[in-house]
Design a protein around this ligand. Structure first.
Ligand code: URA
Length: 251
């Protein structure tokens, strides 16, 4: 990292409400988080999960993801979006063995052009959020509920979600993350099968397909409402704590 990049990272961390920064390289590996207050959230055992979809029989996660991508195919026409101006299917990106997965809504214009989720302005903010908890984009896995861009970035429609979401379930079952962050109202409501508002869902932890699911605000919402970055930072501290809890220190 250059000095400028470090300065920018620290500015962003301050903007997110980070109180202090440790110079200790062990910080990223630590499994307790003394500066993080104990979460008051309880884990909801709500029966919100749709039935699992059988994952391809590959031990290797990268191979299994490649098989799912091949199953979708480059010219997928399972829903009407293929005829409504999408350039390409935007599958998913990142570490096939990630402990942490982010799920967004649908590709936007930049994602549609580049074929990679979260690469536009909202994506750049997501990258900073990931870095603010001491991780990199390469370490996590990022995907969307639907894989093709809706026209004018409108909300995905129920028939489009119904056709596409089984592939997201496959991706989750293959990667087997410990923690899933659902980005924004749409992804959260789609995954949890609820119409509750995101303001009621965030700050809570849900059991979801063997992972802890944490809803938070979408980075695009944060671009319009920067004051909400503080709440996202609270959610990210919870993510970090849950990850640490699921990988206790070796004695
Ligand atoms: N917004 C999303 O929900 N997903 C993307 O990939 C980009 C923007």
């Amino acid at each position: 990292m250059t000095r400028d990049q470090i300065a920018e990272h620290l500015r962003f961390a301050a903007e997110l409400g980070v109180a202090g920064v440790s110079r200790d390289p062990a910080w990223r590996l630590r499994t307790t988080a003394p500066s993080i207050p104990p979460a008051s959230h309880s884990v909801d055992d709500a029966q919100v999960e749709p039935p699992p979809v059988a994952a391809p029989h590959c031990v290797d996660h990268a191979e299994a993801l490649a098989a799912i991508k091949a199953e979708i195919g480059p010219d997928c026409s399972r829903c009407k979006l293929h005829a409504l101006g999408r350039t390409q299917v935007v599958f998913g990106v990142g570490n096939p063995d990630a402990r942490l997965m982010f799920v967004g809504e649908a590709p936007g214009g930049d994602e549609d052009t580049q074929g990679v989720p979260f690469v536009g302005r909202a994506g750049q903010l997501l990258t900073k959020i990931i870095e603010a908890i001491g991780m990199t984009r390469d370490e996590v896995y990022i995907a969307n509920v639907i894989k093709c861009r809706p026209p004018q970035n409108r909300n995905p429609e129920p028939d489009e979600v119904a056709r596409c979401e089984p592939f997201l379930f496959h991706q989750i079952d293959v990667v087997q993350p410990r923690v899933i962050v659902a980005l924004g109202k749409f992804a959260t409501q789609a995954l949890l099968r609820t119409l509750d508002p995101i303001s009621r869902l965030r700050g809570r932890v849900f059991e979801y397909r063997g992972a802890k699911l944490i809803p938070t605000f979408h980075p695009a919402f944060l671009l319009r409402n920067p004051a909400s970055k503080r709440e996202v930072w609270e959610d990210m501290k919870l993510v970090k704590r849950l990850l640490a809890e699921s990988f206790p220190p070796e004695s």
